[in-house]
Design a binder for this molecule. Structure first.
Ligand SMILES: COc1ccc(/C=N/Nc2[nH]nc(C)c2C(=O)Nc2cccc(NC(C)=O)c2)cc1
Length: 273
């Protein structure tokens, strides 16, 4: 129940799942119910040091309020003197990133299933007035059935602007984000185009040696499709309709679900339509 006051005594801590910038994630079991969760431990002094208290609070309120099969649940949280604990849904498959690195690239069917799941999750977030702004393979988890979960509201606690210049990759940034312009929901549509390209080719479209070159390629929308792997014309069409500099001209989430490439590759049982 959401109002219960949780504490560390309610959980048996299991193996560490991995570590983020602000702390580590552990497998954990709620003692009374035996329910398995992922417990994300964030150090308060890290939050205070980067003055991210309000940001973390807002991100946690957002993620607690979201209920969608492709959005990782934040069930609750608690804290002690030096740490904040997030009680998160456990996704057995781990980061989609790892699967992408292992297989190099995805089949058109698998890529379309993930794009359709992401599109539906984003449509849900947008109707709840939540712009995600930071979808990238390492923020996407897979559950035991291979279903995609957007998983970075709760712990991507860096403030957006600093985060992108400070660390991490620019590959997924839309031009208006790169220019630090006011941005709206359409940044997420751009990112869907980046992800679709990366799922099919194994690398993001504007990858470059130096950040300055990636910036330049994004601003120019310097998009090209290599001759191998042989990717369908429909997939290229969808990518080209998303990686459009003018955010108002990007394909809408609704239109993505109606695109021939998605219709051809995603039958309703793969994802809820
Ligand atoms: C290293 O191999 C792994 C294989 C699977 C996992 C599963 N993680 N599942 C999660 N469910 N809910 C949350 C939150 C997480 C989670 O944070 N996972 C996580 C955290 C940091 C790094 C990784 N690394 C990978 C490869 O998945 C996963 C974690 C690690």
């Amino acid at each position: 129940n959401p109002k219960k006051q949780w504490s560390l005594n309610d959980f048996e801590i299991g193996k560490p799942l991995g570590k983020g910038k602000f702390g580590r994630v552990y497998l954990a079991r709620e003692v009374k119910s035996g329910f398995i969760v992922a417990l994300k431990v964030i150090f308060k002094e890290q939050i205070e040091k980067y003055r991210l208290h309000h940001q973390l609070k807002r991100e946690m309120e957002i993620q607690t309020s979201l209920r969608h099969p492709n959005v990782l649940r934040l069930y609750g949280w608690f804290h002690d003197e030096e740490r904040i604990y997030l009680i998160l849904e456990y996704a057995h498959g781990g980061e989609l990133y790892r699967e992408l690195r292992k297989t190099g690239r995805l089949s058109e069917k698998q890529a379309a299933i993930y794009i359709a799941s992401l599109t539906q999750a984003l449509a849900y977030c947008h109707e709840k007035h939540v712009i995600h702004r930071d979808i990238k393979p390492e923020n996407l988890l897979l559950d035991h059935e291979g279903r995609l979960k957007i998983a970075d509201f709760g712990w991507s606690v860096q403030s957006r602007s600093k985060r992108h210049t400070m660390c991490g990759t620019l590959d997924y940034l839309a031009p208006e984000m790169v220019e630090n312009k006011a941005h709206d929901y359409a940044v997420d549509n751009w990112t869907l185009g980046i992800l679709c390209y990366e799922f099919l080719y194994g690398v993001p479209p504007f990858e470059a040696e130096r950040q300055t070159d990636t910036f330049r390629r994004i601003m120019k929308v310097d998009l090209s499709f290599p001759s191998t792997p042989d990717v369908s014309a429909e997939a290229k069409d969808l990518i080209s309709q998303l990686l459009v500099k003018d955010s108002s001209k990007r394909l809408s989430l609704q239109k993505i679900m109606e695109h021939p490439w998605v219709i051809k590759n995603v039958t309703s049982h793969d994802t809820i339509i």
